[in-house]
Design a protein around this ligand. Structure first.
Ligand SMILES: NC(=O)c1ccc[n+]([C@@H]2O[C@H](COP(=O)([O-])OP(=O)(O)OC[C@H]3O[C@@H](n4cnc5c(N)ncnc54)[C@H](OP(=O)(O)O)[C@@H]3O)[C@@H](O)[C@H]2O)c1
Length: 322
């Protein structure tokens, strides 16, 4: 079958290990199902994979892609949940120490077909297109859990979203606005700040600019480049929810004094549960809110999408179609 996969790693030139070609048809083990992929979306995770982060040499060649929407074996329209937990695991699967994301241990979604445990498909409402639904399982699910589960935010609270252009960040802005939060956002880029206003931010600022007021919570995916600013943006007792470190994990100043003195909470967040994915799908169906798609490309042009993400030339999600 057609597939987009990694056959080697390179830290400096991740695209050198990307192959657009053919891989054997997958075989669904007992309890698993085959999904025919109609659309899949790109995440920063796929670039990390090409750099050898989160993916082992012995797992190569590995079909990339965590997110997909498509048709199950009975032609039902479904969204694929990307977190694969141990079959014996009960409860919140993001806490399963043996969990993995599609494309880490099991072949990913940038292909004609992907096999997943039966419990890893969620019905897709007809109101969502395959392209829109394919944006949800990683970036949008991550944003949902950051805001509402880990952040515990409610209508009327205020939130700062760092790095407005990213896949997770745009999801955070749109979802926060849909849920009745006051949304502040930062970006290095003026045009991305303008677009952040269009998609729901109430106020936008240059990255690391002084803010006129403190916020209840900060949603952090940028890491090193914005950490200090995030801590300084919080009201006493506020929370920083972190799910990524795009600019690097090492800090010049962790702001530990502010953290204890202002009794701030630092909360990690990783992906989300199947139940949260189902709630996210329901939220979009009920509110008419839609994922922000930067561009749609045929999967055969996947390299173009990877290159755009590597250059940071993205606002919203890059979607591949079959
Ligand atoms: N834990 C999880 O479950 C989970 C799930 C999904 C993603 N993630 C992680 O979250 C991060 C974001 O993922 P993504 O797919 O949204 O990536 P992305 O689409 O590439 O977005 C990254 C954003 O970070 C900002 N940024 C990058 N370098 C910066 C710098 N030096 N200074 C200020 N801002 C900078 C940019 O914002 P501007 O250009 O607007 O400034 C950019 O739009 C990644 O590290 C990813 O691994 C984690």
């Amino acid at each position: 079958m057609f597939a987009v996969y990694a056959d080697q790693f390179s830290t400096d030139d991740p695209l050198s290990g990307l192959v657009v070609g053919e891989r054997p048809d997958p075989v669904a083990p007992d309890g698993w199902t085959t999904v025919t992929v109609r659309a899949a979306s790109l995440n920063h995770h796929d670039l990390w994979s090409l750099r050898g982060v989160g993916l082992k040499q012995e797992a190569l060649p590995m079909i990339l892609g965590c997110d997909a929407a498509g048709l199950d074996e009975d032609s039902n329209e479904v969204v694929v949940h990307a977190v694969i937990s141990d079959p014996d695991w009960a409860g919140d699967e993001t806490f399963d120490p043996r969990r993995s994301l599609l494309s880490e241990r099991h072949q990913g979604t940038f292909a004609d077909r992907v096999v997943v445990p039966r419990r890893n498909v969620v019905p897709k409402p007809s109101s969502l297109s395959f392209e829109e639904a394919a944006c949800l399982p990683t970036a949008w699910l991550t944003a949902y859990r950051m805001l509402f589960t880990q952040g515990g935010l409610r209508a009327g609270d205020s939130v700062l979203v760092q790095g407005a252009g990213g896949g997770v960040a745009t999801a955070l802005i749109v979802l926060a606005r849909a849920a009745g939060l006051r949304v502040l956002a930062t970006s290095r880029d003026e045009s991305k700040r303008a677009r952040a206003l269009e998609i729901g931010a109430h106020e936008v600022y240059e990255s690391n600019a002084r803010l006129p007021r403190k916020v209840d919570a900060v949603m952090e995916t940028v890491g090193r480049a914005t950490w200090s600013h995030s801590i300084r943006a919080l009201r006493p007792g506020g929370a920083i929810v972190i799910s990524g470190t795009t600019s690097g994990p090492q800090l010049d100043d962790a702001e530990l004094t502010r953290i204890f003195f202002l009794q701030l909470r630092v909360i990690g967040s990783t992906m989300g549960t199947r139940a949260e994915l189902a709630s996210l799908v329901e939220l979009l169906d009920a509110t008419g809110t839609r994922p922000l798609v930067d561009r749609v490309l045929p999967m055969t042009d996947a390299r173009e999408g990877f290159a755009a993400m590597a250059e940071g030339d993205v606002f919203g999600k890059i979607v591949f179609t079959r």
